[in-house]
Design a protein around this ligand. Structure first.
Ligand SMILES: *Cc1c(COP(=O)(O)O)cnc(C)c1O
Length: 394
């Protein structure tokens, strides 16, 4: 069978380049300590930054939601799948980030991936000459959304404000959309959002911010990158995911009510899919209470303390700790095979750290992606530091 042989030889090429990805089956809830294959591991690889994913209050709220609303929503939002819990969640999310927007309204999505497809296709749907200005290190879902939109896409180099300014100045498009991650997923650093927003206001461009890693973790109240940088503008279109720090799943867009109405009318990843179970929306109301309340404050403080501890403790010579003040703490190794070996050696010691290779990151920049969580203890982070320092010297 030629078709099967073709697939096999393509997979063989991945194997030869140390690019084959393998899944591990976890036998316990998501948390800082997980069970895999009968072993307990310390996980430094989840996006559960505040340790909420298996919080008893969220599990109870999800169960309560299922008893109130059942499980399946049965239809898309525009047919009959839009329920009271979805409406309540939209209201709460609009309040959550609304101080930074004008006439704020929010819309929920099944996943962040779909929200990003929706926002980039939806904002540009009415203008064949629309242009999207996309940061070079943007998440795959933004790249895919830009492609799907059929707008002209201009990629600007990472954090290069001069290049972005020049592209915007040269653009004749009536619809201009600048799009960037707030916290870069594989690097952990922050985009210079205040300066990017100033360029957008100067040139009349929307600024779409993907705050997947900032929502819940950044800002005094966990309101994310907009709060962290104290941004406010009618040009802002905010995407937050609800399966990372918020500990549940799904995503939302918050923006001016006209943006949201446009997405409801035009964004196919919103229109042509079954609404998420209302029970999840119900659980997310509890998650937002936790994020804004004293428990959220305490967990954000613990996360920051662990980031500082890692910063103090790592003593690297060949490998390079990438500059990051967020929960994402990558260690740049470079070579794919060496990165995989380092990941495997840590795993042997019971430390589960993500080993990230191309195409997720540019060729030659393979890295260990350590993610910290407020659920980790100081002793656990100390164990990781000792192991990485020792490993780099072998
Ligand atoms: C995780 C992530 C997404 C996708 O969100 P999901 O809810 O997991 O689909 C989008 N953008 C960024 C930057 C992410 O890290």
């Amino acid at each position: 069978m030629d078709l099967l042989n073709n697939l096999q030889s393509q997979l063989d090429v991945l194997e030869q380049h140390s690019l084959i990805r393998k899944r591990r089956t976890v036998d316990s809830p998501c948390g800082p300590r997980v069970q895999v294959g009968g072993r307990e591991l310390l996980a430094f690889c989840t996006n559960d930054y505040l340790g909420l994913a298996s919080h008893p209050a969220l599990a109870a709220a999800l169960a309560e939601g299922a008893s109130l609303y059942g499980v399946g929503s049965g239809a898309s939002h525009l047919i009959s799948g839009h329920g009271r819990a979805h409406a309540q969640l939209e209201e709460r999310l609009a309040q959550f980030v609304g101080a930074h927007l004008e006439s704020p309204r929010a819309l929920t999505f099944c996943t962040g991936y779909m929200a990003n497809l929706a926002v980039l296709t939806g904002l540009t749907a009415g203008d064949r000459d629309a242009e999207i200005f996309s940061e070079a290190l943007n998440h795959a879902s933004l790249i895919d959304g830009a492609r799907l939109s059929r707008a002209t896409v201009k990629v600007y180099p990472h954090a290069d404000l001069a290049a972005l300014g020049a592209l915007l100045a040269a653009s004749k498009a009536a619809t201009k959309v600048v799009v960037t991650d707030s916290v870069f997923s594989m690097d952990g650093n922050l985009a210079p959002l205040p300066a990017i927003l100033a360029l957008c206001e100067q040139h009349g461009a929307w600024l779409v911010i993907d705050d997947a890693h900032g929502f819940g973790t950044l800002g005094q109240n966990g309101h994310g990158a907009l709060e962290h940088f104290n941004l406010k503008s009618p040009y802002l279109v905010y995407m937050g995911t609800l399966g990372k720090a918020a500990g549940v799943g799904g995503a939302f867009i918050a923006a001016h009510e006209l943006v949201i109405e446009t997405l409801i009318q035009k964004a196919r990843p919103y229109i042509f899919t079954t609404a998420t179970p209302q029970a999840m929306a119900h659980a997310l109301l509890t998650s937002l209470d936790l994020l804004e309340g004293p428990e959220g404050q305490r967990r954000r403080a613990q996360l920051q303390a662990l980031v500082a501890q890692l910063d103090d403790g790592l003593r690297l010579e060949r490998w390079q700790r990438m500059p990051s003040a967020t929960a994402i703490q990558p260690i740049l190794i470079g070579d794919n095979a060496e990165t995989m070996q380092a990941g495997a050696a840590l795993y042997e010691q019971g430390l589960w750290v993500g080993a990230i290779r191309p195409p997720t990151v540019p060729a030659g920049t393979a890295r260990l992606r350590v993610t910290l969580s407020a659920g980790h203890t100081d002793e656990e982070v100390a164990r990781l530091i000792t192991a990485i320092n020792a490993l780099e010297r072998t």
